[in-house]
Write a protein of this length. Sequence first.
Length: 419
Amino acid sequence: MKVFINASLIDGNGGPVINDAAVLIDGERIVSAGPRAAATWPEGTEVVDVTGLTIMPGLIDCHDHLASKNYDMASRWGLTEPTSLGYLRTAKVLEETLLAGYTCVRDAGGLDIGFKEAIEEGLIPGPRLVLTVGILSPTGGLADRPSPSGHHNPFHVDARIPVGVADGPDGVRAKVREMARVGADQIKFATTGGASSRPGHGTMDIEFGKDEVKALIEESTALGRTTMCHAVGGPGLRMAIEAGAGSIEHGCYLADDPDLLKMMADQGTFFVPTFEVYEFHSTVSAPHMIARAQALMDVHQESLHKAAEAGVRIIAGTDAGGFVHGDNAKEVEILVNRGMTPMQAIQAATGLAAQCAGLQKDIGTLEPGKFADLLILDGDPSKDITILRNRDKIKMVMKGGEAFVNTVPVATGSPQPVS
Ligand SMILES: [Zn+2]
């Protein structure tokens, strides 16, 4: 066993920092986490004195695209480099994301199950993965990406990532089954266009009909999958919430319809605002994307505030992939800059995020029986949220009891309470 003592503890439940804490780990699981005075451990336990450091749960990003490199059409189609090179780049992204403190990621599309299997086998380092594999939309929607000439991707780069286009309730049901077959843990779908959609298909434009969304959620539920829905604004946003989508991704225009926020709070619908991607789109994307992103930043912040007031669970998600990898904690910082308290933002990326990922029994908070997925930080992120983005301040990244970053000064010799 191993015990960290003299730590400041953030347990991921949103309560105040516990000073003089002890976290006891046995193998891959936590035995206890709380005030040191209440902790005991057996003889032979490795005692690590982390005086002055803070222990918190590993971070969770609930909206990432780990296999995406940029928004370029040729890149999306896998035409710009050998497939093997692309996969190796993705493996590097997985490692970098873990080393940045992210011990779990819900991938929102584009990552096939081979990467998850490789991480679970110990072949490559990476976060725990919750997969959606592909994105469902109707013809002309988010998953339907023809070239400007009207051509479609001439071949499937990866047979384990089905094209997500489906029409009609029967077609949608079949596509949900196909996604589940290739390893989707959750079913991702879109009911509106997005900031990176093709020109002429915007964020307020609806995708799917009510009958299709009803069939999609029914089939997902029958297969034991929750759903995550890309919905930015307009009638498609309302349709997704009314139909009972598990989480709303982006949701920029929620402030326009306060009754939707009440419905989300009542139903327990998660809200994943993904500010980081809009900050990117509002500066350096294609002209039609810059215009869209800038127009929605203000209302997006208002939606965040109103969602918090309404009691909606807000979750950190970056929508990384097209613009950057490994700076996922920027989203947590933005949530604070846009009005959340640091502890609320930390919860959005730990305890609440684990609920959104469907892994709350195993991760998200530091409690007995959960996996030892934790960070040890030089400083207190509840006072200075920027610490989470500073690699020099991240002294340990531990996943399942195994340290992937470890620059904690070794100091032992403190008295060892024996049980
Ligand atoms: Zn996305």
